[in-house]
Design a protein around this ligand. Structure first.
Ligand SMILES: Cc1cc2nc3c(=O)[nH]c(=O)nc-3n(C[C@H](O)[C@H](O)[C@H](O)COP(=O)(O)OP(=O)(O)OC[C@H]3O[C@@H](n4cnc5c(N)ncnc54)[C@H](O)[C@@H]3O)c2cc1C
Length: 571
């Protein structure tokens, strides 16, 4: 025995003391009580009654069973975890390999690839094109909305691939070549030429340093290799300051020609198997949409073929942009549902001052208001989806033309404050990175800014009204369906019509006008189709109330308990 060791008798008395201490101060310091649990393993579709109703109402009842299957997948803990991992381990860029060869390779976490594979295999990038029928856009929007609640970033290339099809179709020889693989339900992330793949993804590159909204300022130049014009080969020299998903197999790119700004299809690999020099300079360091690699690029003589007419690049790519704007609406509506679901779930489980939070009158007011916001967004989004399905009908085409920028502007712009308010419902834990709220919050401004920021959407509404006045008739015909259902709405619509007829300072007033169009459309849809408790509350809160206000200012007559009960997901 060394001198420092305790004799056996001392060990015995030490143990006695420890046991006595443990009885007075147990090692287990406390029980964890009155906290929520993860919102997992629930049917994200079935638990969203507003969604189930919208899908049936807008013509996709045939998809109900498949959506319920997808909703079970989307709400499963395992699938939701893919979204967590794809953001915890963001993409990384290798410009060169270890031997010094230029590779422009973006590496993603396997969770990102798993989500991409699932999105493609479920046709989120193509189903309305491969299987067009009444309700096709509605069913696809519903799936996209569910998948967004799992993870938003990977849906950027999915949207761009989906949206590229109308632009590809402007040039039939390219549509014939590319569309079958662009719409195929095959995800192949390999960095190899398009000819070696069965499934392709498409990106888009318009924005340059000196101008994003105003693409006429583009300086990237296209030089013809031989003949000029539609379908001909060019080499592009210049830069693109935002290119999301640079691992796509091809990109729709704007560049200047002698005829003016034109649209091009630029493959990642040249047909001879050599690398096309669209070089990735760096990945953007974004506050949100982290799983999606967005890059800065330079084009050093990159091969591309002209799509559409020379000098009509904007007209060609706008077909794609219209669809991406629609997906922004769907995505932000999904963000609102995800945020509201988290707040409702938490407040159903957590008590303070003797009651569940969801039963405290003031919290009930806040929750019901968050739900109303989402109900309005969903009703408008799904109505636009039906208009896309029915675009052979001129009235529906006009409605889609004007309601897409209205909805893109309004729904996306309402989302950040909605996400923040939902975060506050959860309290301090809502701010913590180990929960879903920070990701939802950081994601929330993105849809409002890309694909044409807020002002650009409002100016687009004015442009549509100026260039195609029948869009105004289509808008008011849609609103007229709800006439008589609410005096507040009737008055709102009359005043809106009066103020739209006033041409003075219309650009300066554009946001105010588009705000009112959006609210009119949402209210008209809800009073016709949602349960009266929703439609009445929406009109009372959004049309009869005055000016700017925070969530949670619903008037006392609103049945907030019923609204909260309808929307609370059961895991
Ligand atoms: C995460 C992310 C990914 C992106 N990915 C891509 C991509 O893959 N491909 C791509 O091409 N682009 C991409 N973008 C770029 C995006 O589309 C542009 O940032 C956006 O179009 C705005 O352009 P800008 O940044 O040049 O801003 P600007 O055009 O300078 O606009 C700045 C502000 O001015 C406002 N404004 C502009 N003109 C007017 C006017 N006439 N009247 C009133 N207000 C006006 C705008 O609404 C905006 O609020 C991405 C952006 C983000 C954030």
């Amino acid at each position: 025995m060394n001198d420092n060791a305790l004799p056996p008798a001392s060990i015995g008395s030490f143990m006695d003391t420890t046991t006595a201490l443990r009885q007075r101060f147990p090692a287990s310091t406390h029980e964890v009580t009155n906290v929520a649990r993860e919102l997992v393993d629930y049917n994200m579709y079935r638990e969203d009654r507003a969604l189930v109703e919208a899908v049936r109402r807008e013509g996709a009842a045939w998809a109900d069973g498949a959506l319920a299957e997808f909703g079970a997948l989307a709400g499963s803990g395992e699938y939701l975890e893919l979204g967590v991992l794809a953001n915890r381990f963001p993409p990384e860029l290798d410009t060169h390999d270890r031997f010094g060869n230029r590779v422009d390779l973006v590496r993603f976490h396997p969770a990102y690839h798993a989500l991409m594979k699932s999105a493609v295999e479920h046709g989120l990038h193509s189903s309305p094109w491969t299987d067009p029928k009444p309700g096709a856009h509605v069913a696809r929007a519903a799936r996209f909305y569910l998948q967004t609640q799992v993870e938003a970033g990977h849906l950027c290339p999915i949207t761009m691939t989906f949206a590229s099809v109308p632009s590809l179709r402007t040039t039939p020889e390219f549509a014939g070549l590319w569309e079958p693989k662009v719409t195929a339900r095959v995800y192949d992330p390999r960095n190899v030429p398009a000819s070696a793949k069965q499934g392709l993804t498409i990106g888009m590159a318009m924005t340059e340093k000196q101008g994003g909204s105003d693409v006429r300022a583009n300086t990237t130049r296209a030089y013809p290799l031989a003949a000029e014009g539609t379908g001909q080969a060019y080499e592009l020299v210049g830069h693109k300051y935002f290119v999301s998903a640079p691992m796509c197999d091809a990109f729709l790119v704007l560049a200047q020609t002698d005829a003016g700004l034109s649209c091009f299809l630029l493959p990642r690999w040249r047909p001879d198997g050599s690398k096309n020099p669209l070089q990735v300079i760096r990945l953007k360091r974004k506050m949100g949409n982290v799983s999606n690699a967005s890059s800065e690029t330079e084009l050093r003589g990159a091969l591309a073929w002209m799509l559409g007419e020379p000098g009509h690049g904007v007209r060609t790519i706008i077909e794609m942009v219209a669809m991406t704007r629609f997906d922004c609406m769907v995505g932000s509506t999904a963000g609102q549902r995800a945020a509201a679901a988290q707040a409702l779930h938490h407040c159903a489980l957590r008590a303070a001052f003797g009651k569940r939070l969801a039963e405290q009158p003031l919290m009930r007011n806040v929750l019901a208001d968050l739900v109303l916001e989402h109900e309005g967004s969903l009703a408008l989004t799904m109505r636009v989806a039906r208009a896309l399905d029915a675009s052979a009908d001129p009235q529906e085409e006009l409605l889609a033309r004007v309601a897409t920028p209205i909805g893109k502007y309004w729904v996306c712009k309402r989302t950040p404050n909605h996400a923040y308010e939902a975060m506050e419902c959860i309290g301090g834990s809502g701010v913590m990175e180990d929960g879903p709220m920070p990701r939802l919050f950081r994601e929330s401004p993105v849809n409002a800014i890309w694909e044409g920021s807020g002002n650009i959407q409002c100016l687009d509404v004015l442009r549509a009204m100026r260039k195609s006045p029948p869009v105004v008739d289509a808008l008011f015909a849609e609103l007229a369906r709800a006439r008589g259902a609410s005096t507040a709405l009737d008055r709102w619509v009359t005043e809106l019509r009066r103020d739209l007829a006033d041409p003075s300072e219309v650009e300066f007033r554009a946001r105010g006008l588009v705000d009112r169009m959006a609210l009119a459309l949402q209210a008209a849809l809800l009073v016709q189709h949602a349960p009266p408790v929703i439609g009445d509350a929406f009109c009372a809160a959004r049309l009869a109330g005055a000016g700017a206000r925070n969530f949670g200012s619903l008037p006392a007559a609103v049945d907030a308990a019923a609204i909260v009960a309808r929307a609370t997901p059961h895991a």
